[in-house]
Design a protein around this ligand. Structure first.
Ligand code: HEM
Length: 444
């Protein structure tokens, strides 16, 4: 083990050992949601790649150098328990992949992995095509669209077609409402007082309880239907239904249900956000958009699409550099440990933030500029929109394919022009646009 280092810290209740801390508290309670991003970037700019700060009674250790990020997510992964965000999400997703640990996590990941292999994803391309074309049909009549709303609906359809094997969601309006209530509740849980407030009998908590019940029963019915139907497929639902445990017994329905809710929750909003931000960035970079349109016209959008759409994919990746939908990956130190030689005591929150690292001027010469050609050949963890290590996003390839194909089809058929400046990013559970993104639509 290397030399032990002590880091600067923001003044705080009882200061644990560790990396540098700023003299003035960043603010005791997390700053306004919009300021969180600026506050974290400012900490990195001022105090370097390892800094700790208190928020209310909690301590946060932010590591932003790629080597340190790699240590948090891979090298010292065994010393890290899942973060507060995982605990909150687990209230909806139960034992699903996002919140499970140890053997259960490893086993479940093995079972669903094939549904996310390239070979399975190739079979999903037709669904992505069909859903995007159907969305574009409605755009042509609309004249102007809210991109956030549209991509959210698209991503929900694609998750249903792919992960759930096209199994019909009985009441998709209710599903949206439940997802919305779930996400709103999760956002509120990320504040220092969140867990205490979650116990109050208020509107938000009641809506959350209704949403959890609604989601669970909808997915339970879906599982029963598919089992009765016996229809095979490359999708995750079928992989779970046909899997057996070590004793040859089928997986319990409540575990399958938890997995499905996890994937819908983890895969829908993130992908929609990635596509929304990329479309908004492209609206200010018509030359990049034209290049996508040309690439899309030359390609046949079949299962080899991704190989042909190199520029389009780079635009998606660059969009996620500037606006990573998962703006922070969080852990809690499970025991006293060190990261890069800095002491990290048991119980503190450990952050690696794609938002911060993706905008580090030492890694990206012109970090604020949208420059699709620059995503490549850096340190592996200079760019980590999907996290890394054993818990790296299982849906990363699907998400990139989905956004790339949708982007190509959109650029091939229509030209989008922004109506007003982009909304500010809001750092909650995900990096959401802080309002609608209205764009006018003109056919090509
Ligand atoms: C642009 C879209 C997406 C982004 C930016 C994203 C980001 C992430 C990140 C950063 C993690 C790691 C969290 C951690 O280590 O704490 C993660 C995990 C996960 N993601 Fe994604 N994700 C996206 C799309 C998807 C899709 C499409 C699915 C599935 C349909 C999905 C399912 C999951 C699951 C199940 C996990 C937990 C994996 C595990 O712990 O083993 N994600 N995602």
């Amino acid at each position: 083990m290397g030399e032990r280092r002590h880091m600067a810290t923001v003044a705080a209740p009882r200061t644990p050992p560790g990396p540098p801390r700023p003299r003035n508290p960043v603010r005791r309670v997390l700053p306004a949601k919009r300021d969180r991003l600026a506050a974290m970037t400012a900490l990195r700019d001022r105090y370097g790649p390892a800094v700790r700060f208190p928020v209310g009674p909690l301590w946060f250790y932010l590591f932003s150098d790629p080597d340190l990020v790699q240590e948090v997510l891979v090298g010292s992964a065994e010393d890290m328990a899942l973060g507060r965000m995982h605990g909150a999400v687990g209230r909806i997703t139960g034992d699903g992949l996002f919140s499970s640990t140890g053997d259960l996590h490893r086993r479940q990941r093995r079972i669903v992995q094939p549904a996310f292999h390239r070979s399975s994803i190739r079979t999903y391309v037709d669904h992505i095509d069909a859903r995007t074309e159907a969305m574009l049909d409605t755009w042509e009549h609309a004249g102007r669209v809210d991109i956030v709303r549209e991509t959210t609906a698209l991503a929900m359809h694609v998750v249903t077609d792919t992960i759930l094997g096209g199994e019909r969601i009985e009441d998709s309006d209710a599903m949206y409402e439940w997802m919305g209530a779930g996400v709103e509740w999760l956002d509120s849980m990320l504040t220092p007082l969140g867990p205490a407030l979650a116990k109050l009998p208020n509107r938000r908590n009641r809506a959350f309880d209704r949403a959890s019940d609604g989601l669970r029963s909808t997915f339970e019915r879906m599982i029963a239907l598919r089992r009765a139907e016996g229809r095979e497929g490359p999708d995750a639902l079928w992989a779970l239904l046909s899997a057996t445990d070590e004793d040859g017994a089928p997986l319990p329905d409540d575990l399958i249900r938890d997995e499905l809710i996890t994937m819908v929750l983890a895969g829908q909003e993130t992908t929609a956000i990635a596509l929304s931000w990329t479309l908004r960035l492209l609206a200010d970079h018509p030359e990049a958009e034209e290049r996508i349109a040309a690439e899309a016209r030359a390609a046949t959008l079949d299962d080899g699409a991704l190989d042909a759409l190199t520029w389009t994919r780079r635009c998606v990746e660059e969009g996620m550099r500037l606006y990573p939908p998962a703006w922070v990956v969080s852990r809690i130190a499970a025991r006293d440990t060190t990261i890069g030689g800095w002491e990290v005591p048991k119980g503190v929150n450990v952050f690696a933030s794609p938002w911060v690292t993706h905008r580090d001027p030492e890694l990206w010469p012109d970090p604020e500029r949208f420059a699709p050609e620059q995503v490549s050949s850096r340190h592996k963890f200079a760019y980590f929109p999907f996290g890394g290590g054993a818990r790296k996003c299982i849906g990363s390839t699907l998400a990139v394919w989905e956004a790339t194909i949708a982007l190509a089809l959109i650029a091939r058929r229509v030209r989008l022009r922004p109506e007003g400046p982009p909304p500010p990013p809001v750092a909650q559970l995900t990096l959401r646009p802080g309002g609608p993104i209205w764009m006018s639509v003109a056919s090509r």
